[in-house]
Design a protein around this ligand. Sequence first.
Ligand SMILES: Cc1cc2nc3c(=O)[nH]c(=O)nc-3n(C[C@H](O)[C@H](O)[C@H](O)COP(=O)(O)OP(=O)(O)OC[C@H]3O[C@@H](n4cnc5c(N)ncnc54)[C@H](O)[C@@H]3O)c2cc1C
Length: 399
Amino acid sequence: MDFHLTAQQRSYVETVQRFVKTEIAPHCLEMERRHAFPFEIIRRAWELGILNLSIPGRLKGYDLDAVSSALIIAELAFGDSGIATSAMCNDLANAVIAQHGAAAQQDRFLAPFVAAPLLASFCLTEPGAGSDNSAMTTFMSRRGDGAYLLNGAKCFITNASFASQFTVFCKVGKPTGNFMACVILGVPPPSEEEIAGGFAAGRRIELPAGGLITVGKPEDKLGQRLSNTAAVTFEDVVVAPEQIIGDRRRGFQYVVDVLDYARPMVAAIGVGLARRALAVTLNYTRERRQFGQRLCDLPVARETLTAMWKKLELAELSLMKAAWLLQEQREDRGVYASLAKNVAAEAALFCANEGLHLHGGYGFMNEYEIAKLARDAHIIDIYEGVREVQNMIIGREIC
Ligand SMILES: Cc1cc2nc3c(=O)[nH]c(=O)nc-3n(C[C@H](O)[C@H](O)[C@H](O)COP(=O)(O)OP(=O)(O)OC[C@H]3O[C@@H](n4cnc5c(N)ncnc54)[C@H](O)[C@@H]3O)c2cc1C
């Protein structure tokens, strides 16, 4: 494995760094306070080409290698981990189409994302089925004419208020069915007025082919307030066979394949956040003087800064290994994806919490960015599989 970035990768990194500096950093804290969804920033990220990294090249997508994708996402998360989550969610939702969809399905469901700044949602979690997604009860049942009807409720769905496409995992036949399918539901993109309104009262989408999708009010979250999260309900939504990805009995395997791709990308979000927390804290402790010295020169404070740096470096190493194994499609990519996710979440939480502590009372003030980073960091340890689930995967593999 070569740790040198290619000229192309350096150029991606520098491009996103400039984007963060000019488009995200100046507005981030103020927008975060208002809990406003930054659609305009997403639009500009799309124009710049840092969205939809996994769309095949034949559709004029970027079809980017996993290491480059991880580098881009980490830089974006250095700006804001909520924006990085929303951006990455398009790949989370669309990866299954790129991996298992027929050519006609890729044309129909992926090409629109190349043509316009659209958002997608990945609908797996349910109120009664979080870590154990096999307990889901959303299901599709066959109608006489060969189409299916989809019914059920999902929760905590990123981008749901603004999505123009939903990737939905559901049981087949009945809520307790043994098989899981993956279906794609396209809906009209939100209008400019709707985007401006932020769907504060929720969203109701009547589908021309039949059925209703209801998106709840955007969730009021502790952190990552610049990503959108909402519950989604499906009522008698008509699903044509062409909307079912791959084999309608292999959804469980498709979830594993998507998460093998997505977990290193969540690790990249964690790395970006940890790096930001260290940078913000270094700046602060170089300025702040107590006991006649800069805080960063006090031995115990320096020890904490060193510990933060070490956690971050180890998380970056773990991320690069996971991304490289994914890129090479190695057999053991799943277990290293879990490792990277856990190590990056630990680094993000450690750097944000210790960084806040080194800010003293100022760290507890919302005016200081470190307070936001400490709130944002918790979700890295939860979404796309809590820490214990990653440990379960690692334990199963090594024992
Ligand atoms: C902001 C946000 C965005 C999200 N985005 C999406 C999205 O776009 N799409 C989507 O489908 N989902 C999404 N999720 C859902 C997320 O993936 C789940 O919240 C997560 O997988 C955990 O499920 P749960 O919340 O039901 O927790 P539970 O499964 O109820 O777990 C709660 C706790 O129980 C313990 N636990 C659980 N399982 C085990 C175990 N096997 N061994 C030991 N302890 C265990 C852990 O301590 C865990 O933290 C999002 C969630 C949030 C908060």
